[in-house]
Design a protein around this ligand. Sequence first.
Ligand code: TYD
Length: 215
Amino acid sequence: MTLFITFEGPEGSGKTTQIRLLADALRSQGYDVLTTREPGGTVIGDAIRSVLLSIEHHTMSPRAETLLFNAARAQIVDEVIRPALDAGRIVLCDRYADSTLAYQGYGREQDLDELRALGRYATAALTPDVTIYLDIDPHAGLARKRAGDAAEWNRMEEETLAYHQAVRAGYHALAAQEPERWLLLDATARPGVLHETLLSRLEPHLIAMKERNPA
Ligand code: TYD
């Protein structure tokens, strides 16, 4: 059994809660599940994360930003995600290569084809089986974030509302290009309701996984 599931969404979409609920549900069904997050998830990735997200680094060049996100990604793929998939586990990852297309591509207007080529290099062409997208208006999402832990507030969240709206529109464009991979969900639903919807939308993918790997 092996399935690579990524979570995407604008700020404050509640990914963390949904990943926890999904991991618990899958484990209770007997699956071996690993959860991780980007940027970070490794000692090297966490060091890169603090360079990327420090509020003081407001002069960071968009290309440096892109490369650092991809550097953290290469590390987590080699050290964590690929070995877990090879061991037959289900991997749930909070953000992955689509975040770079949305935030650095649509958000910072960097060339999408170049970002895709770089992403293939960074991931050694590992693509998710399923991407769960939790949709929320950035205005509401950022308000949720602001109401949370101030220590979590980071350099990307400092960006303008217009930036975050471009990111969200980018996600919608990406999802439309690969509708079979993306599951779109309304992140404003109550967490328990959202979790149930997510589980039922994921069910066909779990069934397909079992058919691919009969016990
Ligand atoms: P984080 O605190 O992990 O935010 P969230 O809980 O919303 O995932 O911070 C990660 C930030 O980095 C977030 O604003 C999204 C941004 N990001 C990119 O801009 N590009 C990327 O490739 C990735 C992985 C994240």
